[in-house]
Design a protein around this ligand. Sequence first.
Ligand code: ATP
Ligand code: MG
Length: 585
Amino acid sequence: MRASQYLLATVKETPSDAETVSHQLMVRAGLIRKLATGLYTWLPMGLRVLRKVTDVIRDEMDKSGALEVSMPVVQPAELWLETGRWQAMGPELLRFTDRHERDFCLGPTHEEVITDLVRNEISSYRQLPINLYQIQTKFRDERRPRFGVMRAREFTMKDAYSFHMDQASLDETYQLMHRTYSAIFTRLGLDFRPVAADTGAIGGNASHEFHVLAESGEDEIVFSSGSDYAANMEMASGILPELAQDAQKRSRSEANTGDAHSIADLCETLGVEAQRCIKTLIVHGCDAQGDQSDELVALLLRGDQSLNEVKAQKLERVFSPLVLASDELIEAKLACKPGCLGPLTADQKAGKISYVYADKSVEALTNFVCGANKEATHWLDANWGEELRYDEVVDIRKVQEGDLSPDGQGTLAIKRGVEVGHIFQLGDKYSAALKASALDENGKSVVMTMGCYGIGVTRVVAACIEQNHDDHGIIWPENIAPFRLVIVQVDAHKSELVRDISEALYAKANTLGIEVLLDDRDKKTSPGVKFAESELIGIPHRLVISPRSLADGVIEYKRRGGADKELLATEAADALLEELAAASF
Ligand code: ATP
Ligand code: MG
């Protein structure tokens, strides 16, 4: 490709709406342009990268035995009504009507459509297991589209759905997809971690997210220094290093704490450490049907710890999603402000709090400080026993850096990650709702069991840039770079030799099948600009053909992100091309 005939849409200024490095560089290097919030056009340079990412994903999916399909982006409401998601999805689902007043949506995901296909096409265990995938546009009307294509409204996803007669078969495909994803992200040159994830509202059996480690990541992931334990923050549990306790229990006394309501205020007022205090949170409970009730549930945590809401809302007596009781409700029921709440005595609890969950962190405390459930009053030297009790010990704590790994090996570290992939055992949520069943060996009808496996294809491009850049621009891993080689002409208008040699190298590279960009722009584009742009775009290999170096019989070579320039004799430049052509990845 000749730069003079290409759309090099580089931009000098950093776009004002771009918060992350990848968003800035994608616009500046001319990979994408914004059409409207969360909607992006992929320019020729960007599309070359996206295609390569797609090729790697398709190649590994095909190798795993998955079969490619392509389903419509526009989906009829009927299917979503059948699974109940027409109501449940909320405003993220973009809905519209056609000329016949029929309801449709833009697919944010394709469980409904694929399950409809499979219930019609598959009837026997002989046809199973099957894993169907596509690489397709998705639309989600995200609450906060941001970071460019990282959290867009329209984006490309690779989504796969597997169907099985039983759990054992699903487990097998799930493991295969785990390995396939690891192979994909390894080939894409990403520093990634698979982490255990919450199965959330769907409540399947297992789920793993694949995270690319990056400071700008929206998620927190937790892993152990001493084992392969890794989980996302929502799921992670850790063991608190043991805290020395007083051997003797003292008897409880009351202290006037004025308007000290936060743990920090309390510590200052009483001169105690946060880890000696108990923090009490009051949330709404739920009834037997799981609906929100006005019953209040208390959650107790050690003062230096914070609540993991996802864990808390999974507790049987707690309404999900978690709703903190309002100050008014707490005052009306408990006659005290939230800042003075604590574990209750049986008298205090009666009829007011339906259940008390204590996080493991408070179980071993002795002589602790907690609210006395009375205005401006806290207890000192409180202890668990006849009077002060909880109903159940649970894990509702957010893990902290330095906690011990739950498997006892190593300590936990917390890093930020960008979720690029997600694999999930769905069970029969969709197959039961849509009645997708097949006959087993005995002719009995069995509801199929499903798995689903997603990769954010467009997000992968942004995540890759987050990990591979410097002050000058992008540093592409070789196998997804838009071009592998750029040949920069310097002062070609003054030197026939520059033109001849660069054209000869360009022709040779093309013949060898190396994706090459010849920067043959005329003198209006200065050499400095050409160099800066090749670095911004991040092309891995650069040859500079200038009258000055040719006079010395050499060509300048530079590896993007690598060591200093090298001077190559002309034959060595030929050899370099042969080497590039022979490289495999
Ligand atoms: P997130 O928590 O980031 O919103 P999700 O749980 O909604 O992700 P899935 O439904 O599992 O995501 O989708 C599969 C993959 O699609 C994700 O792992 C992610 O890489 C990608 N993805 C999801 N939402 C977006 C988006 N708005 N823009 C770009 N990629 C996305
Ligand atoms: Mg989402």
